[in-house]
Design a protein around this ligand. Structure first.
Ligand code: PLP
Length: 478
């Protein structure tokens, strides 16, 4: 039998050379590209018709199709005028780390499999724990995203604070701004909806500490078992930061686990200003921190950190017989003992490369720049009587809506602002989505991309003010 040609080495080399040039060019000219690039009907047709062939096809054709049909049609979340959701800040450096890591494909589950990658991940985890103000007992690992980080931390919280008998009467506290991944995680962990208390937020969308305290007292009186509070350090809607110092004190006095969801906002620890805003984060028992949101990383790069690494070991260590020979680390703890995954990619190498190349100070400047861009947007919007600020700039996010006339009913305002979002997004110039705050549809800018310019912000607001939706609304208002 002739051996199968599985690698196509020569073709791969020349195609990848071509691809690297294209990718570098793409990143160099993001601002000149439209943000949203809808899929072409031809592409859709071709992809739908393509079956899995019994015999392989020419890799050069496949390469073309991937470029023309697949990669050309996604929204560029790493575009400097991508302002919706939490945009991506992915950098070329991270991408370089990604392709290097993927090529060597280290199995970053335990020390013996990939000792250097293991060391680098531990160093990064220790560095991040240091920034969070955690003691020496702290630890953690890299997971795919904030949702997984929250799930991992909440598992540790449950196992650390609840006996099996207690689980049924356990109660956990979140706010009306807590990210949906927390409820999802709690569902996976077996908690019922009625075990989640949704605490109200104040005018700046921060958890109301008096309401939290009242809810805990009420639950204790009803013989429930309050076991954890999920505080947000940077909510997805508004960038608001819950009162971490006060929540920390409440958790200590009631012996509750304090989890901080910093998936979006924990990166602010890299900036001096940001660190002040996150004061109190050091009281938490666990912290979720996405590097793929505000630390320039491509997807799949998030850290879950815990004050006591032993809590993760308690929840996740399994020690099966087929892995005994691979257990080698001095403290007897491998990454597979700290979370749900066994096989895992070395997610942190790209972050290491990025930090080595740029330094932590530049990362801090990225944070300050994002905050400044949202503040600029807020200031510009305040200059026009028709724009109403619904939530001021907090951690790079500002929420607002167009109000043609103070007497316009909310249902009409919802429709106008939805239409503004649709128009600016469909134009391809910028991507601005709506969210809902206190039942009202609002426009939301998350301006964290380091290459977003003042001009980008001015022009985006300018263009929104000149949409058809706005001119129609003004006409209607007379
Ligand atoms: C984005 C986000 C998450 C979810 O993180 P993924 O990486 O998308 O899984 C959780 N919490 C907050 C506050 C977020 O902004």
């Amino acid at each position: 039998m002739t051996p199968l040609n599985l690698n196509h080495s020569e073709e791969v080399q020349s195609l990848m050379e071509d691809f690297i040039a294209r990718a570098v060019e793409l990143y160099g000219g993001l601002s000149d590209q439209p943000v949203s690039r809808p899929i072409k009907s031809q592409s859709l047709k071709r992809l739908k018709a393509q079956a899995i062939p019994a015999d392989g096809r020419d890799i050069k054709d496949i390469y073309r199709e991937m470029l023309d049909d697949v990669f050309s049609s996604a929204i560029l979340l790493q575009h400097p005028r991508s302002f919706s959701c939490i945009p991506s800040t992915a950098s070329l450096l991270s991408w370089m780390g990604d392709i290097m890591t993927n090529a060597y494909n280290p199995h970053a589950s335990c020390q013996i499999n990939a000792p250097a990658a293991d060391l680098i991940e531990k160093k990064l985890i220790r560095w991040m724990c240091g920034l969070a103000g955690y003691p020496k007992t702290a630890g953690g690992l890299f997971v795919s995203g904030g949702s997984m980080a929250n799930l991992t931390a909440l598992t540790a919280a449950r196992d650390d604070r609840l006996s099996y008998e207690d689980r049924d009467r356990a109660v956990i506290y979140v706010s009306d701004q807590t990210h949906s991944s927390v409820a999802k995680g709690l569902h996976i962990l077996g908690f019922r909806r009625d075990q989640i208390r949704i605490v109200a937020t104040d005018a700046l969308f921060r958890m109301d500490i008096a309401a939290l305290h009242a809810a805990i007292s009420q639950d204790l009186a009803a013989r429930k078992k309050p076991f954890a509070v999920v505080a947000s350090a940077g909510t997805t809607n508004t960038g608001s930061i819950d009162p971490l110092v006060e929540i920390g004190a409440l958790c200590r006095s009631y012996d509750m686990w304090m989890h901080v969801d910093g998936a979006f906002g924990a990166s602010a620890l890299l900036s001096e200003e940001g660190r002040k805003k996150l004061s109190g984060i050091e009281f938490s028992d666990s912290l979720s921190w996405d590097a793929h949101k505000w630390m320039l990383q491509t997807y799949g790069c998030s850290a879950v950190l815990v004050r006591n690494q032993s809590a993760l070991v308690h929840s996740f260590a399994a020690h099966p017989e087929y892995l005994k020979d691979a257990e080698s680390s001095a403290d007897g703890v491998e990454f597979w003992d700290l979370g749900p995954e066994l096989t895992r990619p070395a997610r942190s190498l790209k972050l290491w490369i990025t930090l080595q190349a740029l330094g932590s100070r530049a990362m801090g400047q990225v944070i300050d720049h994002g905050c400044a861009m949202a503040e600029l947007a807020e200031n510009l919007l305040r200059k026009s009587p028709h724009w109403e600020i619904v939530s001021p700039a907090q951690l790079g996010i500002v929420n607002f809506r167009y109000v043609p006339d103070p007497t316009t009913p909310n249902s009409i305002l919802d429709r106008i602002n939805q239409a503004i979002s649709r128009e600016i997004t469909e134009s391809g110039f910028a991507q601005v989505f709506t969210t809902e705050l206190r039942g009202n549809k609002v426009l939301r800018l998350c301006a964290i991309h380091p290459e977003t310019t003042e001009r980008d912000i001015c022009e985006t607001i300018e263009r929104m003010a000149h949409t058809q939706a706005v001119s129609k609304a003004l006409q209607a208002a007379g």
